[in-house]
Design a protein around this ligand. Sequence first.
Ligand SMILES: Cc1cc2nc3c(=O)[nH]c(=O)nc-3n(C[C@H](O)[C@H](O)[C@H](O)COP(=O)(O)O)c2cc1C
Length: 187
Amino acid sequence: MTNDSLSPSSSSNMNVPPKELPIRMISTVIKGFGRGSKELGIPTANLCPQNLISTTSFQNLPTGIYFGFANIQNKVYKAAISIGYNPTYDNEHKTIEPHLIAQQDSPTRFSSKCGETLLEDLYDEKIKLSIVGYLRPELPFEGIDKLIEAIKHDIVQAEQKCDVVDEELGMLVNKEKAWVESDGIDL
Ligand SMILES: Cc1cc2nc3c(=O)[nH]c(=O)nc-3n(C[C@H](O)[C@H](O)[C@H](O)COP(=O)(O)O)c2cc1C
């Protein structure tokens, strides 16, 4: 269990692709600022840092945008994940925010209204998350529209990379998906 200081000054703010991937974590879902669903139309299931169990301590989690898999309520989702300080908003505290990607045919897919409902139901739920690969550094965007455009691009990228069949990355993707799917709480 980690309970490190959450302030940026105490963390090495590494905006470089981390070497230690994959990073596995288990926590519970907490409320963010509510901007994800209301302002951006892209809800995220924010992980509680105080309840976090992870292969990398909270303090040492490298900032950036990633793809991976999440299990909530025994449902496995592909995910586009942000770790860091949301520089567009200049947050004081580090956050771990996966956007859960519903199946292609799901009616809740990319719908902010349904996404909001989905998130309301998820508060306090257990979440199992594997961060499999790096997409890009987190960036300050000039205006919400540019941030939304970038996140939507990340979601497309994340979905493609979760389906990868390339021999080396494909093995890692399948291994992490299997871990997320399993009932086990071992990291
Ligand atoms: C895939 C993804 C990429 C993101 N990229 C950035 C980014 O580059 N810069 C940034 O400031 N915030 C980024 N965010 C974080 C959003 O700003 C954040 O999810 C939003 O402000 C909602 O925060 P809230 O849950 O606290 O309301 C990203 C979020 C996701 C899910």
